[in-house]
Design a protein around this ligand. Structure first.
Ligand code: HEM
Length: 563
């Protein structure tokens, strides 16, 4: 009787795992009826209870699941399969297989995963979700499945292609990205000037003790990046926006796969709060904005921010999409998705630079080469193009992304396709976990610098060059030769992240501005609330497989602005 009560109590105390196991058992039963096992040469990921164990671990403990993937995915066995409930998933690695995944082919589509994001995270209304799900025509001008030559898809209700065109015109083109980077730089420096005012007597600010990640980056970088992409007006009318965004971030990875509302109401409430703020903004500003005027042609204006945001929303409205889809696009593509992925990487770059006094000084000298002084006003600024040319700074950026972006890049098999000598079944999913390729010792390991460790110079090589005086000298060069395909934090192929150029500029600019304009002293490691911690930060495993992974602890520093 006592043990029966204990079991009942355990069940009552653990509603989530119990409900999940119940649901999985049902799925298992239905699956064995509707999906009878077919013979396949692709090995299965071992598990104790068929379908259940792997699914449960995938949903509840991605870090351990990915650690198992790292042991099972090898050069000899670069692909295996497992079931995530009713879905068959192939997990794969090696540059060759990844390249196959990223090629433009009607047999492979990235849309299913994006649809999950639109539906569960961006909250697109049902009618619009049906339009997106019905669009099987891909991102190319010629619709996938076009039957006659010259078919340009006119007359079809397309979503992915027109959005692809807008995003590429306004985000990928170099002059657009450069304009965004300049805007970010000026908004970020304005924030810093307000927060760390220079005193008239010393020309420097007061010393301030603060947490690098939770105090500074989560507020000041977020405001500058949001102001750049989504405009500064929304930050004035919805001042709580940065908090809403980071509150939603706590559970966003769980939302993607459609976690039912009753299982975690607070995550849904936070999502709804961010979406509601964006919806209010769209409703408040739409009518008053002159959609034909001068402002509507600029690279940036304060109401919608970057032209990519304005043009995405303009297109959706013109094509009859509901206001909920406009708000979801603003919230998830241009506010949440961008901040939630760039900020953790900036955080890691800073943590690595500041924890080593030698690296801090080296980075400072490197950034100094990109500082330009105006001959008339004597004011200084950082020249972004010079900064981005630095081999060391690029290497630090690539290294932080390698170690701290963990995404299972997902594709759907639309037609049976051969990958790595195996035929993959139509209707199944393929995932390439960045965590497996990015931590591969054989690819990234170097003597004294194992793949799992941060090494600022991992992507710098020294090449001989004949100088102007005729003497041979060794100069540093940024290099990923031979391993570029094993680094894919931005995915690849037609759906490759179009924000990657801006993200790189934002990340390198942010840590360079802080390191060059501030004197900084390390005080100690802390928990997120500022209480002392006995260790430095590690990846916060709750984000594994789904995003850039933030640090689970923080770094307390004393700093003052010196210019
Ligand atoms: C470190 C920062 C970032 C990371 C790691 C990242 C990563 C990714 C990944 C992995 C994808 C899916 C690619 C695929 O399936 O092949 C993606 C898509 C996308 N990203 Fe990013 N991203 C970052 C920053 C940004 C920024 C700053 C923006 C916007 C300004 C952005 C906008 C988008 C959009 C619009 C898509 C969808 C593309 C499509 O469906 O064709 N991302 N991103």
């Amino acid at each position: 009787m006592a043990s029966q009560t204990a079991v009942t109590q355990w069940v009552l105390d653990h509603p989530l795992p119990v409900a999940l196991v119940g649901a999985l058992l049902t799925v298992r039963l239905l699956t064995s009826v509707f999906y009878p096992a077919k013979k396949s040469t692709i090995p299965h990921l071992p598990e104790t209870i068929p379908i259940l164990s792997n699914t449960y671990q995938y949903m509840t403990d991605m870090t351990t699941f990915l650690a198992r993937c790292r042991t099972h995915l090898t050069a000899q066995t670069p692909i295996f399969q497992f079931r995530l409930g009713p879905e068959k998933i192939y997990m794969l690695t090696t540059a060759r297989n990844i390249q196959a995944l990223f090629r433009t082919s009607p047999a492979i589509s990235p849309d299913k995963f994006l649809c999950l994001v639109y539906e569960h995270v961006a909250g697109f209304p049902e009618k619009d979700m049906n339009r997106i799900k019905a669009d099987k025509t891909g991102r190319m001008r010629t619709p996938a499945g076009a039957t006659k030559e010259g078919d340009d898809g006119s007359g079809l209700d397309r979503y992915f292609y027109p959005m692809h065109v807008i995003v590429h015109e306004h985000l990928v083109q170099a002059h657009k990205t450069d304009a965004l980077a300049l805007r970010f730089q000026s908004l970020f420096e304005d924030r810093l000037a307000k927060r760390f005012p220079l005193t008239t007597d010393t020309g420097e600010s007061e010393w301030i003790t603060a947490l690098v990640y939770n105090d500074l980056l989560l507020s000041d970088t977020t405001s500058a990046a949001t102001g750049t992409l989504a405009g500064t007006r929304i930050l004035q009318t919805e001042p709580d926006l940065p908090n809403l965004l980071w509150e939603m971030d706590e559970g966003a990875a769980k939302l993607v796969w459609g976690l039912p509302k009753w299982m975690n109401r607070s995550i849904w409430r936070k999502r709804d709060a961010l979406l509601a703020a964006c919806r209010r903004h769209v409703e408040r500003e739409w009518e008053g904005f002159d959609w034909e005027g001068e402002e509507s042609k600029k690279d940036w204006e304060e109401v919608w921010g970057a032209s990519v945001t304005r043009e995405s929303l303009r297109w959706l409205k013109r094509e009859g999409w509901e206001v909920g889809s406009l708000a979801g696009t603003l919230a998830v593509m241009y506010i949440f998705g961008s901040n939630a992925n760039t900020t953790p990487v900036v955080g890691w770059c800073l943590i690595e630079i500041l924890r080593s006094p030698t690296l801090f000084q080296t980075v400072r000298s490197e950034v100094a080469k990109a500082i330009v002084t105006d001959p008339v006003t004597s004011t200084r600024h950082i020249d972004i193009q010079k900064l981005l040319a630095s081999p060391l700074l690029q290497s630090i950026y690539v290294e932080a992304m390698r170690l701290h972006v963990s995404m299972n890049i997902t594709r759907e098999v639309m037609e049976p396709i051969q990958v790595g000598g195996h035929e993959l079944e139509k209707g199944s999913l393929i995932q390439a976990p960045t965590e497996v390729s990015h931590l591969d010792e054989g690819i990234w390991g170097a003597e004294g610098h194992p793949a799992g460790e941060f090494w600022a110079e991992r992507h710098v090589k020294y090449v001989e060059r004949v100088g102007e005086d005729g003497r041979t000298e060794k100069v540093p060069q940024f290099s990923m030769t031979g391993r570029a395909s094993d680094w894919y934090p931005y995915g690849g192929g037609p759906s490759m992240c179009p924000g990657r150029f801006f993200a790189k500029q934002e990340i390198i600019l942010t840590f360079s501005i802080l390191v060059s304009r501030f004197d900084i002293e390390f005080v100690g490691w802390t928990h997120k609330d500022g209480s002392p911690s006995d260790r430095g930060p590690q990846n916060d495993v709750r984000w594994s497989g789904a995003a850039s992974v933030p640090p689970d602890r923080d770094m307390k520093v004393r700093w003052k602005r010196v210019w």
